[in-house]
Design a protein around this ligand. Structure first.
Ligand code: SF4
Ligand code: SF4
Ligand code: FES
Length: 314
């Protein structure tokens, strides 16, 4: 049987180093299985935890020859050829390394949980004991959006997730899509404006798109959500406004003047004002997300390039 050479990034107790192993493989062996063989036959101190070995659990995700992917779906012989005879294995980026190839996924999971990644059934769905009809095209679309296995590959290559803790990140946004267009979901499209900040923080670099092992087509889905101009419901505000009037009248009757503190706290408008404050400070209540027209980004890039070049020539 042929042997392949591994160069594995190790980290333990603050010390990091590269360690090399040679493993016998056949033409069917995956990188995950080969690394498990290393653990079982050569070095039990190597920390790595592939589970299903069939692209379902997402636990085996690592960087192989510098590219994040599922080790169980990566052929060891082909990876060795790609790496010029050596397979380089490192932990995923954007997540703190706990030991060797094990990363701390809590931040990744926090962002996923922040978008409520589950169906919240409408009352009528709960009340009915019948099948809920769904057009096949919608069903197929949602089915493909539901293929995420929480592997963390997209998250590890997202430049915005790296710098912005409040960003729901590609896996969170694609999960938003999964339930926003589900006709059974009580939140439905409200999920889109709940994720609006994150949707517009995405810089559309498509790193997530090109690296997702399940081919979730993030960019297409983000574009659809961005284009779906969901009007923000003002019912909340209307309800608060009514409460505000009632509280004002009550205050006038009680004190002969409008006690603003009591009115604000009793109607919840203080909370709304506090919510809006960051937006107001950033440039006004009516600020709309910037949407480049097709071709405009290219034109502006060419213009910027020209002005830089003409500055150098001058
Ligand atoms: S969207 Fe794709 S890359 Fe991201 S966590 Fe899900 S399966 Fe992994
Ligand atoms: S396209 Fe958006 S979500 Fe995907 S990696 Fe780039 S910035 Fe992150
Ligand atoms: S081991 Fe489960 S996805 Fe690779």
């Amino acid at each position: 049987m042929p042997k392949v050479k591994f160069k594995v990034a190790r980290l333990e107790g603050g010390r990091s180093w590269w360690q090399e192993y040679e493993v016998e493989v056949d033409k069917y062996t995956s990188v995950a299985v080969a690394l498990q063989r290393v653990r079982e036959e050569k070095d039990p101190t190597l920390a790595y935890r592939p589970l299903c070995k069939m692209g379902v659990c997402g636990n085996c995700a690592v960087k192989i020859n510098g590219k994040p992917r599922l080790a169980c779906l990566t052929n060891a012989v082909e990876a060795a050829e790609e790496g010029g005879g050596t397979i380089t294995v490192e932990p995923l980026d954007n997540m703190p390394v706990v030991k060797d190839l094990i990363v701390d996924r809590s931040d990744f999971e926090r962002r996923m949980l922040s978008v409520k990644p589950y169906l919240i059934p409408k009352d009528e769905v709960l009340a009915s004991d019948k099948w809920y009809p769904m057009p096949p095209s919608v069903q197929m679309d949602l089915w493909s959006a539901a293929q995420c296995i929480w592997c963390g590959v997209c998250y590890s290559v997202c430049p915005v997730a790296e710098v912005d803790q409040s960003y729901s990140a590609p896996h969170g946004l694609v999960k938003t899509y999964r339930f926003a267009y589900d006709p059974r979901d009580a939140l439905g499209k409200k999920r889109i404006y709940l994720s609006e900040e994150s949707l517009w923080k995405c810089v559309m670099c498509k790193n997530c798109d090109s690296s997702c092992p399940k081919g979730l087509k993030h960019a297409l889905r983000f574009e659809r959500m961005r284009a779906d101009d969901i009007p923000k419901p003002h019912s909340d505000y209307a309800e608060k406004a009514v409460k505000h009037v009632i509280a004002t009248v009550a205050s006038l009757a009680r004190y002969g003047r409008a006690d603003e503190v009591e009115i604000f706290t009793s109607t919840g408008l203080a909370e709304a004002a506090l919510d809006a404050l960051p937006r107001l400070l950033r440039g006004g209540w009516k600020r709309k997300p910037y949407r480049p027209r097709p071709g405009e980004a290219d034109r502006r890039a060419v213009e910027a390039f020209r002005s830089v070049v003409s500055g150098i020539i001058r």
